[in-house]
Design a protein around this ligand. Sequence first.
Ligand code: BGC
Length: 242
Amino acid sequence: MLPNQLNMTEKNGTIRTLTVDIGGSGVKAMILDKAGNPLTERSRVETPQPPKPDAIIEAITHLATEQGEFERVSVGFPGVVTNGVTKTAVNLDPDWIGLDLATKLSERLGKPVRVANDADIQGYGAISGKGVELVITLGTGFGSALFVEGKLVPNLEAGHHPFRKKDTYEEQLGRVALEKVGKKKWNSRVKKAIASLEHLFNYDCLYIGGGEAKKINFELPHNVKIVPNVNGLLGGIALWKE
Ligand code: BGC
């Protein structure tokens, strides 16, 4: 998107949302119009190491400058989030626990900021709003979000729940496991996870997002769909729907 096109958008009175996805391997951002359509190309930087709050806030500030002008910010965070405060951060750093990310980032960017769990945001970008819809994300970690008639059931953390062989879903299906056991074994685990989650939730539809979802190489049941990872950014608009 060219800067002059952005100015036109502003003149037309559209509120632009900078949407950010904090991941274990990359931090991504793009700007959305009021209806949630992208106004810019997605940009990405590697997640700083160690992934401490100040370094990631710095990375977001850099992405924000690169993206252009916006009026408000949505952030997807890889842990439990309550009222803008990050409560867990298994794949980042313990310094995130209890941090008021919404306030801190808002002070830094000078704009209102809303923060939600990354899988919840993936879900908002994917669901139809009908029946019981489960979302899982396969990336560095294992994300999960449950929706009933489009309403989020908060704080579902299936990733850290026992799955098989004394391992959790995340231990069997996260990126570390994928790299350790390879695609073939990982795919057979994904198949077993789908069966296990179907028995547990009896969902109408399961959506699978996250950066590794594209590595699934078997035929999925009719009520299971792979969704593009960009949904983790597009879903950010939902945080501003009253
Ligand atoms: C976290 C979840 C997050 C998922 C994907 C898990 O380790 O506990 O909150 O959604 O990783 O990033």
